[in-house]
Design a binder for this molecule. Structure first.
Ligand SMILES: [Zn+2]
Length: 285
């Protein structure tokens, strides 16, 4: 039995501010330890429930944050930047490389636009005002759940702050196991548990969730898939559109990605994001 762990950093125990999240930031090196240990707790729980191997995808920023020499020995780390030619399914790249029985998402955060949400954004905060999947506003957990669902893998457990807990239960069902490692008091302020306590909770929840995995159904999106992206500014949408595989409507900040399945739509969306993030040559500015 194999388990897939998608890991992000904003929802990790103790993390509250930008300095925890980027190399060079105040306490980033400490936050990498908290991050790795939250993931280890999930891996330990999965192993206790019978997993032989646990793939862990480092899905935050540069995607090179987890400390491989500190990870549980049952883990296999997916590490490397999310360029479309390199890591096309972003935070769940690897899900298509083996057969998995369950997916756990550790350390996630609420979607762009969440009122008073902690460090809220959807994939690329600089670009994205809102992403909708089949017309429904979608955060990273829902989008990733739809990708792994395409490969028949159910999401069995999510960890993060309480504002994320409300989002994922609304999106994926009240019966989804969620470990609340902190309460969100403001956009960069939390009342967090300490790692020792939070990680004991993650370990126990992961073991129970993986054991009970057959109770959770993979998220299958039936029929044609439509992902709409509302960018913050028109020029971002214009630039992203250069990557192709998208349509426009009368909102000039919006691109529409239509495909037969979620992974195909997401790959096209990510090629667009790369194009939107590209810097113009100096002579074009
Ligand atoms: Zn992140």
């Amino acid at each position: 039995m194999k388990v897939f762990v998608a890991a992000d950093m904003e929802g990790v125990t103790g993390v509250a501010v930008g300095g925890h999240l980027m190399a060079g930031g105040h306490d980033y090196e400490r936050a990498r330890v908290w991050f790795t240990d939250d993931v280890n707790a999930a891996v330990e729980g999965a192993v206790a429930a019978g997993a032989q191997e646990v793939w862990v995808n480092d899905g935050h920023a540069t995607m090179t944050n987890l400390l491989v020499d500190r990870l549980h020995e049952a883990a296999r780390l997916v590490v490397g930047p999310a360029r479309s030619v390199n890591k096309p399914l972003i935070q769940v790249t690897g899900i298509d490389h083996d057969v998995f029985d369950a997916c756990i998402m550790v350390g996630f955060h609420s979607r762009a636009g969440t009122p008073r949400g902690l460090l809220s954004h959807t994939w690329v905060g600089r670009l994205v005002h809102e992403i909708r999947l089949q017309g429904r506003p979608a955060g990273e957990v829902l989008l990733n759940a739809a990708i792994v669902g395409h490969y028949d893998v159910p999401v069995v457990l999510v960890t993060g702050a309480d504002d994320l807990g409300r989002e994922v239960k609304a999106d994926l069902g009240d019966d989804l196991a969620f470990v609340e490692v902190k309460k969100t008091l403001g956009p960069t302020c939390v009342a967090t548990l300490v790692p020792k306590r939070a990680q004991a909770m993650i370990r126990a929840a992961a073991e129970a969730a993986v054991r009970d995995r057959s109770k959770r159904k993979p998220l299958h999106i039936d029929g044609p898939v439509r992902i709409e992206v509302d960018f913050h500014h028109r020029d971002m949408a214009n630039r992203a559109a250069e990557a192709g595989d998208c349509a426009r409507d009368d909102d000039d900040r919006r691109l529409i990605y239509a495909a037969n399945d979620v992974p195909t739509a997401v790959r096209a969306l990510w090629r667009g994001f790369e194009m939107a993030l590209r810097e113009d040559a100096a002579f074009l500015k």
